[in-house]
Design a protein around this ligand. Sequence first.
Ligand code: ADP
Length: 259
Amino acid sequence: VPGVDDVRIAMTAERRPLRIIAVASGKGGVGKSTLSANLAVALQRLGVKVGLVDADIYGPSQARLMGSEDRKPQARDKQLIPVQSPLGIPMLSMGHLVEPGKALAWRGPMAGNALAQLIDADWGNTELLVVDMPPGTGDVQLSMVQKHKPAGAVIVSTPQDLALIDATRAVSLFEQTQVPMIGLVENMAGYACPHCGEMSDPFGQGGAEAAAGEMGMPFLGRIPLAIDIRRRSDAGDPPAAGDDAHAAPFRAIAEKVAA
Ligand code: ADP
């Protein structure tokens, strides 16, 4: 007759370890949070049991992006239980725990501890955890990567050269810590006219793809700068959940991430 400990060991053994995918950028404002939210939604549509962590401690936005601002996580045995987004994606964000603006005063170790609580939450049968990293390459990012050992990293950049230089910094953070690079996403790549749909490229075309090649990493795809993407993101209605043209690039990226 198996003892309690045997049963416990069997239950632990059955639960596969969470695959953590870190979504990072060299600087803020490039669309890292937008990509993280929509990547999670697109992965869910591919049948992946996906969860989402908003590790952007200083500017949490996932609760708004996913339309789950009104949901508060519970805790059991000092472990957080994720909230369910309206689309059924389990998620945790600093935005659920702290009043907007309050976390700004936190020092690195406090931020790191808070982040560990989110990642070590009770994720149930979640297989893959998309982690929206804080922008930049400081201590919080480094200790997260060392402690939680992501299975892979996705870097987000805009087409401007400056952002790409910043992206290179993010890449070296993961290289130093031996986290496999899944690839580079170019966001706000070209402008989709809301009236006629015609694309224009104010910052030229192909820069990010070339940069990815130079850095020896796969290019995952480009997402246009589109008013509709911003509008729907602000409204907590991720464009990746729709059936129009804006869902397609997120789906293509999710297919590469899930592969
Ligand atoms: P980050 O997480 O890198 O700071 P966000 O995801 O918060 O960046 O995006 C910054 C702003 O740009 C937000 O207002 C967001 O809605 C907008 N945005 C991001 N990507 C796009 C896009 N492809 N088209 C239009 N607006 C976008």
